[in-house]
Write a protein that binds this ligand. Structure first.
Ligand code: PNS
Length: 165
């Protein structure tokens, strides 16, 4: 039986840190479903479609990786996809409490689902989508932190924002 994992997140925008987790998860599972959360309550810079497009571009040619979206409870989506695990990246101790709470709550909601944590590779341990947005918003160089397709999206988004000021 094929082992499927869901890698959920906001991915606003996806970074090299996310890509690293996707690649490494793909070595552990037959299929990795990268799932963008549709959350109208959370203000994101990019629409779900834009984030899915970016994820599709940066994972182009990677076998066994699928880009998708989900609404509502993660455990329901994981069950619907017949996945056995949720994958999350862990950067630092600061991530731990939130991730532990989510993993435990998800296990409470469905005992069949395990959360697998991948320790972020060292070069990405300080990287986050929020920091990338801040740097890009002030015109800084983010080429070390995000793939070229995402860098282009950021430049476009902030250029449009400036022209509206
Ligand atoms: O990239 P993020 O914002 O850290 O991802 C958080 C995410 C999407 C994994 C989490 O918010 C989530 O699973 N939301 C779906 C709703 C849900 O299932 N909530 C209960 C989790 S304990």
């Amino acid at each position: 039986m094929k082992r499927v994992a869901v890698y959920p997140g906001a991915f606003d925008p996806p970074t090299y840190g996310h890509l690293d987790v996707i690649k490494r998860a793909r070595h552990l599972f037959d299929r990795v479903v990268v799932a963008v959360l549709e959350n109208p309550g959370k203000r994101c810079l990019f629409s779900v479609d834009e984030r899915m497009k970016a994820l599709g571009e940066i994972t182009k040619g990677m076998k066994g990786v699928e880009i998708s979206r989900f609404k509502g409870l993660l455990v329901n989506y994981v069950k619907m996809r017949n996945a056995c695990a949720v994958v999350r990246g862990l950067r630092a101790v600061s991530d731990y409490e939130y991730e532990l709470q989510m993993a435990q709550m998800n296990r409470e909601l469905s005992t069949r689902i395990e959360t697998v944590f991948l320790m972020t590779s060292t070069p990405y341990s300080y990287l986050s989508s929020s920091i990338v947005k801040e740097i890009a918003g002030f015109g800084g160089d983010v080429s070390k932190f995000v793939p070229p397709a995402v860098e282009r999206m950021l430049k476009k988004k902030y250029a449009v924002g400036k022209s509206r000021l």
